[in-house]
Design a protein around this ligand. Structure first.
Ligand code: NAD
Length: 331
């Protein structure tokens, strides 16, 4: 029997990197595409193409056959320090929209068997996320649309474009709205890292009894989904006949202060928190898993602390390596 073929766009990124590994284990022939190689791992993809998906010629080169599976994860993105400052708005909208316009149109023309598009919880209206105790993120609450970032507006536009291609060109698309996915082998420093990675890094770098900085008052709430469960959800969605959009996220809501204390407990350190001004996003956000339970009979369940412990261990190793290099005159 011929091997099934998968195309992973954004394979040099966090989720794409994990997805390539999983698809290889499941026996797929995999082509990965990204602007860059994966920073932390050698990709096991059968082919890894370095290319810019804003360019339609690159898209035609890599999406050159009716793949069994296409996963569109490529996006110009990062954590709050990247998407909420306003400094990157034009680039975020332009770059990600071009990628999605190219790929959805071409995938329709090439007759791919199934395509996955990663949307985001950032599409949900700001008005429903002012109360940190009771944010509303049910799928149908997305309209009338009012995301709080241009990143969210691009995602909701692209969701609609994939759905239009499904209606007009029979594109077999599956759309998930990811809620804060985290885990090892993700960006942990720079300015694109997200809250769990940033907090793990700050805790790992601080001496016991020291201090870490948290943006805002730390009372804003979020939920965080461990990478393995994110990919379990994606696989279930791809196997189903449900188009979505559907939330793939955890319902274990914590405050950012709570997340910091969890990381300190894992590290075995007592640290104080200094609250400083910074880009914040909405006051509260949590996944609502009623639809995924109803349609796929599944929802994630791994306790946040277990995923955070694995992530902390991975980041603490990197922090240790950095300190060794910084103090070794021959390093
Ligand atoms: P990531 O930034 O690690 O990966 C995205 C990859 O896309 C990067 O490696 C980047 O180089 C690549 N890329 C960007 N522009 C490109 C271009 N023009 N051509 C080719 N490649 C390009 O992000 P991630 O966390 O792995 O997220 C994957 C997808 O899931 C993204 O679409 C993101 O918006 C979405 N998402 C992620 C989260 C999360 O918490 N990680 C939450 C919601 C949605």
């Amino acid at each position: 029997m011929e091997m099934k073929r998968a195309l992973v766009l954004g394979a040099g990124g966090f989720i794409g990197g994990h997805l390539v590994k999983r698809l290889k284990k499941e026996g797929y022939w995999v082509r990965g595409v990204d602007l860059k190689r994966h920073e932390y791992e050698e990709s096991p993809a059968d082919e890894f193409v370095i290319g810019d998906l804003r360019d339609p010629r690159v898209c035609e080169k890599v999406l050159d056959q009716p793949f069994d599976r296409v996963y569109q994860l490529a996006a110009d993105m990062g954590g709050a320090g990247f998407i909420f400052t306003g400094d990157n708005d034009a680039a975020i909208m332009h770059n990600s929209a071009l990628i999605n316009l190219n790929i959805a149109e071409l995938a329709s023309r090439m007759g791919v068997k199934k395509i996955f598009y990663s949307s985001s919880a950032c599409i949900y209206p700001e008005r429903n996320q002012m109360d940190p105790e009771k944010p509303v993120c049910a799928e149908e609450s997305a309209y009338p649309a009012a995301p709080d970032s241009e990143y969210g507006w691009e995602k909701i536009f692209s969701e609609r474009f994939y759905l239009a291609c499904a209606r007009n060109c029979k594109l077999p698309v599956r759309i998930a709205r990811f809620h804060n996915v985290f885990g090892p082998e993700g960006t942990w420093t720079g300015s694109r890292e997200k809250a769990p990675a940033a907090i793990c890094r700050k805790v790992a770098e601080a001496p016991d009894g020291g201090e870490i900085e948290i943006w805002g008052d730390g009372k804003q709430t979020r939920s965080f989904l461990y990478i393995d469960e994110c990919l379990d959800g994606v696989e279930r969605l791809m196997r189903s006949d449900f188009t979505g959009p559907v939330n793939i996220g955890s319902e274990e809501m914590v405050t950012i202060n709570g997340l910091a204390h969890m990381a300190m407990e894992i590290a075995g350190k007592k640290l104080s928190i200094k609250h400083v001004p910074g880009p914040l996003g909405v006051r509260g956000r949590n996944s609502d898993n009623r639809l995924i339970l109803e349609k796929l009979g599944w929802a994630p369940s791994l306790p946040l602390k277990e995923g955070l412990a694995k992530t902390y261990a991975w980041i603490a190793d990197r922090v240790r390596d950095n300190l060794v290099y910084a103090t070794n005159p021959y390093g």
